[in-house]
Design a protein around this ligand. Structure first.
Ligand code: FES
Length: 295
């Protein structure tokens, strides 16, 4: 762990017209290509990576469930989160397999054998990253999260919207619009794709009513045949109509992975098994991490 001193400071005007405020991080001799380190600035941990001689600075906290990315594998331009193995491209900041999810990036440079980090990108990242944030409620369980868009979406409180989560494409309800000054500045957990039309909603409701009950009874048959000690208590067909989430009571075992694969293949869907009651500490076993889904 390295703690930093400010060596140069420049005044700022706006996000677009500003001078960098470089912080001297460390001697570059200790950060050769392929190596990384973590620095702490204002109680915030930043991962510093040397990729083929260029320096990249990334928030060390995984946007999924907050694991330390520094504890994960770093190979080429990819870092793999140690907790649920999401991978991120350190150059673009984007998650490899989770659309709309990305890491917070900060400006960094190598100069005269030392590594510098732009403090202003630390301070301004939350509000000047070009992302419009919306607070959205979604899912049968009524989860609430911040969803982002690059283009402004003109939705108001109560508007139905289509969002991309790590489970798939879903319907949600707008709780707070982007220009509200109280909007949490945290990293979005997914992407707001647009406002849902009446046709979107009625078409989806018909499809859901047709398949949901039938799929629960089919799933029960698979469970009996495999002898798995869980009971399905609810289900949720996502808006993409290719992902079905089963909420269960019982023990999360590896057999749920087999069940997910068998059921998904038999019905040409992605089956996600989510415990009705989250295991202590969250993590594996939740549909959010995708541990028990097969595509
Ligand atoms: S905490 Fe990083 S992938 Fe889940």
């Amino acid at each position: 762990m390295v703690r930093c001193n400010v060596v140069q400071s420049n005044s700022l005007s706006t996000c677009d017209q500003r001078m960098p405020d470089w912080i001297d991080i460390q001697n570059a001799e200790g950060l050769l290509p392929g190596q990384s380190t973590v620095v702490e600035i204002d109680e915030r941990r930043i991962g510093i990576y040397n990729i083929e001689g260029s320096i990249y600075a990334i928030d060390n906290q995984c946007p999924h469930r907050g694991a330390s990315l520094a504890a994960g594998a770093f190979d080429g331009a990819l870092v793999t989160c140690p907790l649920h193995r999401w991978q991120f491209n350190l150059i673009t900041g984007m998650a490899v397999e989770q659309p709309g999810t990305h890491l917070k990036k900060f400006d960094a440079k190598l100069e005269n054998g030392r590594v510098f980090l732009d403090r202003e990108t630390l301070d301004k990242q939350a509000t000047c990253d070009g992302i419009h944030r919306h607070l959205i409620r979604y899912g049968t369980m009524g989860w609430v999260g911040v969803f982002g868009t690059i283009e402004q979406v003109d939705c108001q409180r109560g508007d139905p919207v289509i969002i991309q989560t790590n489970r798939g494409r879903e319907l949600g309800e707008t709780l707070m619009a982007t220009d509200n000054g109280s909007m949490p500045s945290e990293q979005p957990i997914g992407e707001l794709l647009g406002i849902a039309t009446d046709d979107d909603i009625s078409g989806f409701n018909i499809a859901r009513d047709n398949v949901q009950v039938q799929l629960i009874s089919e799933c029960d048959e698979h469970i009996k045949r495999l002898g798995i000690n869980v009971e399905i208590v609810d289900s949720e067909l996502l808006f993409d109509q290719t992902t079905i989430v089963f909420y269960y009571v019982g023990e999360a075992t590896e057999q749920l992975g087999q069940l997910s694969a068998e059921f998904g293949n038999a019905n040409n869907v992605t089956a996600v098994f989510h415990p009705l009651i989250e295991p202590e500490g969250g993590g594996c076993g939740s549909g959010g991490c995708g541990c028990h889904s097969e595509e």
